[in-house]
Write a protein that binds this ligand. Structure first.
Ligand SMILES: [Cu+2]
Length: 603
């Protein structure tokens, strides 16, 4: 239960050592403003010490400039930024990696809800990682050579100079590590930071910019190892279990502190929110005096910046899957000093889209749902002059829904999201790229029946290293269909240009016994509701902006329209659950100028 006074720790002794919520102040990462440095920045990746909570020893982390999060880089549209990325990391990886032998401990508590190794042995391969790194600017319209290809690594001691054109609308981006196969450990160790692009249009709106009324908020979850005496050691712990391949740690960390508190004046605040967790999806509810107060929140922007107009967050709360962003205004202007509002998370893990009423957020903790504590952070109102601002009703007009003319000749690409169970190892999640086949093809096929019309496909790529099959032409709209044949929600991220969601529709499907092979796939998909499916499959108002990461829920087909504009080269798209991305849920695509297409030799 949540109490209004700070200092009451959750008291379920089965959860291990207590940490007091809402005792550390929310840190605001150092601002690194490009314009104050003539557009040339130097960022050093370093091992350092960081304290995640007042009552826990320091942790060794890997961070940009040695901090968690890294500095918030601020840039201006039209003013390119150059960053010298220096890899000065010192190994070994400052994260203990383990898979516990069982899903639950002796008390019946899922091991992911408690600190400590839970009987797991440290992964020696992870312990041998010395600090190779590659930086990706998530959401950046970045030339391919500077996009941070997952295999183009900087070893400790090496550096690279990346040029970011910054020719894109104002938005909250983030930069993070993207090393092939170990992104989940490197980001978990601390290699993530926020990156804000500003522009004239936003300034015209008079929105809060910079401290104190604009606050970047990076939400992550972390777990820690134990000392022999049972206390928290501070050592970062990435723990999975035989039943769940993703890490869903119990402690929510905001800007590097467990369950912090932010003192606010009676004013309108602009929170730039980012879910930088490996795998966890949050559904955020603002709670005060025992009831949700979601009406205080107005969302004005999403992944790639401003929405056309302000929207309410969904009535269950603001959902953010890994890598999704929300630009929200929160109105504290009517509140008395001493008022406290708590941000709570009601999303179970792994997330599958199931609803949870906001009114019950205080009791959302659910050990079987790997949600040990619902806390995220708290806002405490302090004395100050009350200031009110009106929120403009038109935010931007620089994008609309692609017209049927735009989409008329659009190439269509279909991708099935598939989980393959392996004996003796964690499951593999793959993106199966599909290509239409002739009626007389007798190999394994995926049939998608939509409105009575059946399209037959075969898998043409299943693993990251399979040959590239997607060659989008610059300037041309494409329609990508993401077909989820798994039981969980996957946040799918495309590098380079943003996209817009066109539709989200229920599907039912059958995969026959043995239908999921290493490469081939046999499945029958029908675009209609499965009788057992209770999700509503709607598009939330806050998803109708320019997105780079979209949730694809179970029993769902999502269609999006994307147009790559300026940059040719080899890019990636992938699930942003880092444990999935690292376990093959990632594929390349190559953007090309139209004039080169006649000269491309593809099989
Ligand atoms: Cu995934």
């Amino acid at each position: 239960m949540i109490r209004t006074s700070a200092g009451d720790a959750p008291s379920d002794i089965r959860l291990g050592p207590r940490l007091l919520p809402f005792v550390d102040r929310l840190p605001v990462p150092r601002r690194l403003v490009a314009a104050e440095n003539e557009g040339r920045l130097v960022v050093r990746m370093r091992a350092a010490q960081h304290r995640f909570h007042r009552d826990m020893p320091e942790s060794t982390i890997w961070g940009y400039d040695g901090t968690v999060p890294g500095p918030t880089i601020e840039a201006e549209r039209g003013h390119p930024v150059t960053v010298e990325w220096h890899n000065e990391l010192i190994g070994p990886l400052p994260v203990v990696v383990t898979t516990a032998p069982g899903h639950a401990d002796a008390n019946g508590v899922p091991v992911q809800c408690v600190p400590g190794l839970s009987g797991g042995a440290p992964d020696l391969n992870a312990a041998a990682l010395s600090g190779h790194a590659v930086v990706h600017l998530h959401g950046g319209l970045t030339p391919a050579v500077y996009d941070g290809w997952a295999e183009n690594l900087l070893a400790p001691g090496q550096s690279a100079v990346f040029h970011y054109p910054t020719d894109q609308r104002a938005a909250l981006l983030w930069y993070h590590d993207h090393v092939m196969g170990v992104t989940r450990f490197d980001v978990y160790a601390g290699l993530a930071g926020m990156w804000i692009i500003r522009d004239k249009r936003e300034r015209e709106l008079g929105l809060p910019e910079g401290p104190p009324f604009e606050v970047p908020i990076l939400i992550q979850d972390r777990n820690f190892d134990l000392e022999e005496n049972g206390g928290l050691s501070g050592r970062l712990l990435h723990k999975t279990d035989p039943g769940v391949m993703e890490a869903f740690p119990p402690f929510t960390v905001v800007n590097g502190k467990v369950w912090p508190v932010l003192e606010v004046s009676p004013a309108l605040y602009r929170l730039r929110m980012l879910n930088g967790s490996n795998a966890r999806t949050y559904r955020l509810v603002l709670f005060k005096d025992g009831a949700p107060e979601l009406d205080r929140i107005t969302q004005i922007g999403t992944d790639h910046g401003l929405l056309r107009g302000p929207v309410h967050v969904p009535s269950d709360g603001l959902v953010l899957a890994s890598a999704e962003r929300a630009d929200v205004l929160v109105d504290f202007s009517d509140l008395e000093p001493g008022s406290e509002l708590t941000l709570l998370n009601t999303a179970k893990a792994p997330f599958d889209g199931s609803p949870f009423p906001a009114a019950n957020a205080e009791t959302a903790a659910d050990l079987d749902g790997l949600l040990a504590y619902p806390y995220v952070m708290r806002f405490r109102v302090v004395a100050g002059q009350a200031t009110r601002r009106t929120i403009p009703q038109v935010l931007t007009t620089d994008y609309g829904v692609p017209s049927s003319q735009d989409l008329g000749g659009a190439p269509r690409r279909a991708i099935a999201l598939v989980e393959r169970e392996l004996v003796g190892g964690p499951n593999m999640l793959t993106m199966r790229e599909l290509a239409p086949v002739a009626q007389d093809d007798h190999g394994p096929v995926v049939t998608v029946t939509d409105n009575g019309r059946a399209e037959r496909y075969r898998v043409v790529a299943a693993h990251f290293e399979d040959a590239t099959t997607f060659f989008p032409m610059l300037g041309q709209y494409e329609i990508w269909q993401l077909i989820n044949l798994t039981g969980d929600t996957h946040p799918i991220h495309l590098h380079l240009d943003p996209f817009q969601i066109l539709s989200r529709r229920p599907i039912r499907y059958e995969i026959p016994e043995g239908g999921t092979q290493d490469f081939a796939l046999t499945a029958a998909v029908v675009v209609e509701r499965d009788p057992d499916d209770t999700l509503d499959h709607t598009i939330d108002d806050n998803e109708r902006g320019l997105k780079d990461t979209i949730r694809v829920n179970p029993h769902e087909i999502v269609e999006l329209a994307v147009r790559f504009t300026n940059h040719s080269g080899r890019y990636m798209y992938h699930c942003h659950i880092l444990e999935h991305e690292d376990r093959d849920m990632m594929r390349p695509f190559v953007t090309m100028p139209m004039e080169l297409m006649p000269f491309m030799v593809t099989s």
